[in-house]
Design a binder for this molecule. Structure first.
Ligand code: XLS
Ligand code: NI
Ligand code: NI
Length: 437
């Protein structure tokens, strides 16, 4: 069988002192952190679209600039098969347990839905056999309902029900494929589910359509007995000016308003949170507070560029804060740490794909270990607990139980006078975090 990543062997853990750029310094899959191994905690996943199909394009360079040895065949199906073999070689050499795909990444569209679906079946068959051979599993599948010209005005939120039908047909098929591959989740990212101009938009109507599509998907999941988790991935903008799935709080409210909250969790992406004007840990905390944090798309943005740059995560504060939220909620369950990230346009060698993923995996391994120590030592947790102690007794407990009125508040203040002022100790807490890093 053809080798696509020649000269690069299996990436192993060699410890922080190694000078081998193709080794892990911190990610040791078998090392235990608490009761689970790092591999079980982190559940790393490589995305097919950026890693195998990305060409380094940007708004001023719409043609691919990467030479990929798996994309040489002129026959589109042959190229798709070569790409998939290369993908599993990459997953195996990197040692990730999971991968993720859009239907259109793994298989090119045909001239009709029938031909498109037949092609997809052929590629799913190949993926199934490569999964068996390598032991790599599917974290999630998703439908690309945004690249084709028919989705210019949205998919589920399109003004034309004919286009909605295309989206529905595509999601049905892709959920079947995800089930056939044993996928642990199925993701909905609303690529163009938003608007670019309110003058031509019925916002209320479009949101109702979106809810219908998600309801149909949840019903179909039950009908076919798909056991994976359904995940919605928020993003505030890009490509539209305003996406309806703005951020975690907006999606949770939307799901609740349309009686969908029991059927969906969230897949949160770092760079989407920052685009929404939040930190990643903010969005994670909002979702976790409602038990709806399902999985993460691990990347980071650039503070000086205002778009979804999808860079690989290397910032240790970011990975530590993210892992603190994840550990506190008891892990990601069916979810994982999915590298929805791409190498820069100038990093066009195939070996750059290894450097990028190795760096991201090491950054999350350090984040995991640091977060575990912070939680175990309990300094930060105890501080927060102490800060709210008043709510576990006396008047505080009465208020939370709904046993107190505004008149009781008035009487309380008459009796106790001024409240004591207590420092929030932010700087000290930040120093505490730095002492672990
Ligand atoms: C784009 C999204 C996309 C989803 C999958 O910004 O992050 O890659 O994760 O459709
Ligand atoms: Ni994403
Ligand atoms: Ni993104």
């Amino acid at each position: 069988m053809k080798e696509y990543f020649e000269g690069i062997g299996k990436v192993e853990y060699e410890g922080p002192e190694t000078d081998n750029p193709f080794a892990f310094r911190h990610y040791d899959p078998a090392e235990k952190v608490g009761r689970r191994t790092m591999e079980q905690h982190l559940r790393f996943s490589v995305v097919y679209w950026h890693t195998m199909k990305g060409g380094g394009i940007d708004p001023f360079g719409p043609s691919p600039v990467y030479d990929r040895p798996w994309e040489t065949s002129r026959d589109p199906m042959e190229a798709a098969e070569d790409t998939m073999r290369a993908a599993f070689e990459f997953f195996t050499k990197l040692g990730v347990p999971f991968w993720a795909f859009h239907d259109r990444d793994i298989s090119p569209e045909g001239d009709s839905l029938k031909e498109t679906n037949e092609r997809l079946d052929r590629m799913v068959k190949l993926a199934a056999s490569l999964q068996r051979e390598t032991g790599v599993k599917l974290l999630w599948g998703t439908s690309n309902c945004f690249s084709n010209a028919r989705f210019t005005h949205g998919a589920g939120t399109n003004p034309d029900p004919h286009v909605f039908a295309w989206a529905g047909a595509q999601i049905k098929k892709c959920m079947e494929c995800t089930q056939a591959l044993g996928g642990a989740n199925y993701v909905f990212w609303g690529g163009r589910e938003g608007y670019s101009n309110l003058l031509n938009t019925d916002l209320k109507q479009e949101q109702e359509q979106m809810a219908r599509l998600l309801r149909m998907a949840a019903d179909y999941k039950k009908e076919i007995g798909f056991r994976g988790t359904l995940l919605v991935e928020p993003k505030p903008k890009e490509p539209t000016k305003h996406q309806y799935d703005y951020d975690a709080a907006t999606v949770l409210g939307f799901l609740r308003a349309h009686d969908l909250l029991d059927d969906f969790k969230l897949n949160l992406e770092a760079n989407h949170a920052t685009l929404a004007g939040h930190t990643f840990e903010h969005d994670l905390t909002v979702a976790a507070a409602e038990g709806r944090l399902g999985s993460i798309d691990a990347n980071r943005g650039d503070l000086l560029l205002g778009w979804d740059t999808d860079q690989f995560p290397t910032d240790l504060y970011g990975t530590t804060y993210a892992m603190m939220v994840i550990l506190r909620q008891g892990g990601l369950r069916t979810g994982g740490v999915n590298f929805d990230a791409k190498v820069r346009r100038g990093s066009f060698d195939v070996e750059d794909l290894f450097h990028a993923h190795i760096g991201g995996m090491d950054a999350f391994a350090r984040g995991l270990k640091t977060a575990a120590r912070i939680l175990e030592d309990g300094v930060v947790g105890d501080f927060v607990k102490g800060r709210y102690a008043g709510w576990r007794r006396g008047i505080g407990r009465k208020i939370l139980r709904g046993e107190a009125t505004l008149a009781d508040m008035e009487a309380y203040v008459h009796e106790h006078g001024e409240a004591a002022r207590v420092s929030g100790r932010e700087e000290w807490l930040e120093n505490v975090i730095n002492s672990y890093l």
